[in-house]
Write a protein that binds this ligand. Structure first.
Ligand code: M6R
Length: 605
């Protein structure tokens, strides 16, 4: 995880540009922050533990002198969150500074070698070795560019880093290997960044670096080289607008609530997304004997939903698999297998690891992602975008809705190709067409009610989210949202299974959130509610308009528009649960956009 940013400019004031972009990268980690610039043949570094605004308040990192610098916002992996482990990290003499995102797997071995060659390593990070390796190669007479290239060739693992040296007042050398890095070019400056939304507004063109490339940036030029051979590569410039715009909170208190409110627009985007690629992807699925849907966290929940729909609507043998558990022992890969990787960021290391392991095998690699140009789009032979726009809140909300709706579109196309389940596909299509106003209504009608229930929930330490059938996805997602941003321990569980153990936890006032559309599971779930109520549970239920029975036995209800087909009810029923998590986080004084220990893109396995 971690966010890195570097900028070399014709004008003074580069640290302000870096600071502003680091604020946009803070979603990638916020354990510590730091900035380094070159000025008058020296390197200036300021860094500390804490969030960017706190550190700015203490150290004024945005006021470092110079026209060239690098910055970092950290999600700690190797070494505790501390000033000493904060980036930029420097070599022995403080003449090289580096910022790094990713993991150097052989850092222990490298640290030992460097220490025995006399280098003084001051942090506990894996990243510091990069600065010392570059120092070592420089001392052997290599140019900075060659020293960095040789340093990078000594590393094993996944990394993107940017490095400055006191020897060069205006040059940044950066390398990408399995961690994202893009270059932005404007009239006055050139910069490198972990992602596109963090690029400053005046950037006009973008270069998306590939794995195994090294770039030398000066305010006037960008040179890309192959890491292995050192040979210069052609520059592929893209227009920034074509790969995603800039994002702010648009007057909302947090990105998360802004993104929840954007969901009706996201639905419109998904239903009007071009059909050609969706059709091609559906074709690939239909031709396959078996399909594995692979993802993590919220995207894994989308995998469960997608597998269910593909089986039900298109008779496809589809199975969800948590990416980090994708092993030969639980999957059967043949030439007619397809793997559909689902990832909002397209950079989740567990997902990329699955694709990389299968790259040379005879298997179709497909993807669904929100980030064009992300690593997943290069590994898959065919991918479909989510059209949700940049998502900045660490908790996935609008991209989950986009995933559910896009998977519905894919399943409809697949069913049509197979010529099966006409009634169900027509009904699903009708729902898609009206999904935007229905989502809008689900948000508006439940805003106050969720705020209210969140206040009750805020004093609790545990909660169950229970459902049956397809809405187990909703229960899992509701629980994940609540636990990740409010730190209330929450479990999503099949309601019928809850009497086989979890019910032992239920006592007076224990929150149980049930998802209860009027589908074939309705009567059974009433039984499950009664079991929990009999033990004193505080029952909150998601019900459809016109519901009487569940309402009567629940302490509180969230009311959702009634829809057909019932298999698509997760699209609406998850909305009050997103709002509930958001307001519970606020009621507990937690920052919903920046939950502790988390980051938006999880780029470590
Ligand atoms: O970018 P991805 O969709 O691959 O990310 C997967 C998970 O890390 C992500 O969904 C995570 O669980 C979110 N914080 C959930 O809100």
């Amino acid at each position: 995880m971690c966010g890195i940013f570097g900028c070399t400019s014709l004008r003074e004031g580069v640290s302000r540009i870096i600071y502003d972009s680091l604020k946009k990268l803070e979603y990638r980690g916020y354990d510590s922050v730091g900035l380094a610039t070159t000025y008058g043949g020296h390197i200036f570094v300021k860094k500390d533990q804490g969030r960017i605004e706190e550190v700015e308040g203490k150290l004024e990192i945005s006021k470092l002198p110079g026209r060239c610098g690098i910055g970092h916002t950290r999600w700690a992996t190797h070494g505790a969150p501390s000033k000493e482990n904060a980036h930029p990290l420097t070599d022995c003499e403080g003449r090289i500074a580096v910022v790094h995102n990713g993991i150097i797997e052989n850092y222990l071995e490298l640290r030992e070698k460097l220490a025995s060659a006399g280098h003084k390593l001051r942090s506990r990070t894996d990243s510091e070795v990069i600065a010392h390796l570059a120092e070592e190669f420089l001392s052997r007479g290599l140019t900075i560019e060659e020293a960095v290239r040789h340093a990078a060739l000594s590393l094993r693992g996944s990394y993107a880093f940017a490095l400055i040296s006191a020897l060069h007042d205006d040059a940044i050398v950066c390398v990408r290997m399995e961690s994202p890095l893009v270059i932005g070019i404007s009239r006055d400056f050139v910069c490198c960044s972990s992602d596109v939304p963090a690029l400053p507004p005046d950037v006009e063109s973008v270069v998306i670096m590939n794995d195994g490339e090294l770039a030398i940036l000066t305010p006037q030029a960008v040179t890309i080289r192959d890491l292995g051979s050192g040979q210069q590569l052609p520059l592929k410039l893209l227009n920034k607008e074509s790969i995603g715009g800039l994002v702010d909170k648009g007057g909302f208190a947090h990105y998360m609530i802004k993104e929840i409110r954007e969901q009706p627009q996201v639905a419109l985007n998904v239903i009007s997304a071009p059909r050609a690629f969706i059709l091609r992807l559906a074709n690939e699925l239909v031709k396959s004997d078996r399909v594995y849907l692979v993802g993590c966290g919220t995207s894994y929940h989308a995998c469960i939903f997608g597998s269910y729909l593909l089986r039900l609507m298109a008779d496809i043998d589809a199975h969800p698999v948590v990416a980090s558990e994708f092993h030969d022992s639980c999957t059967r890969i043949t030439p007619s297998t397809a793997v559909l990787a689902i990832s909002q960021s397209g950079e989740t290391a567990d997902v990329l690891q699955v694709l990389r392991a299968l790259q040379d095998k005879d298997v179709k690699l497909l993807a669904l992602t929100n980030v064009m140009g992300s690593s997943i789009t290069r590994l898959a032979s065919l991918y479909v975008g989510l059209y949700a726009g940049p998502e900045m809140g660490v908790a996935a909300t609008k991209t989950f809705i986009a995933q559910l709706l896009m998977l519905t579109r894919i399943s409809i196309e697949a069913a049509r190709i197979e010529g099966v389940n006409h009634d169900l596909t027509s009904s699903a299509e009708r729902f898609l067409k009206s999904s935007a106003p229905l989502i809008e209504k689900a948000i508006l009608v439940n805003e106050l009610q969720t705020k209210d229930v969140a206040i009750d929930l805020a004093s609790k330490t545990n909660a169950f989210f229970l459902a049956r059938g397809i809405n187990i996805v909703t229960a899992l997602e509701g629980a994940l949202k609540l636990k990740e941003i409010s730190y209330i321990h929450a479990e999503g569980y099949p309601a019928g299974e809850s009497k086989h153990g979890p019910i032992a936890l239920v006592e007076e006032g224990y929150p149980c959130v049930f998802v209860c559309p009027r589908d074939e599971t309705y009567n059974k779930i009433i039984g499950n509610i009664m079991e929990m109520k009999a033990r004193g549970a505080f029952v909150v239920s998601c019900v459809e308009e016109g519901d009487k029975d569940v309402k009567e036995i629940s302490d509180r209800t969230f009311v959702l528009p009634e829809i057909e087909p019932k298999q698509l009810t997760p699209v609406l029923h998850v909305i009050p649960l997103q709002l509930l998590a958001y307001y519970a986080a606020l009621a507990r004084g937690c920052d919903p956009d920046r939950p502790r220990n988390l980051a938006k893109s999880v780029t470590v396995t």
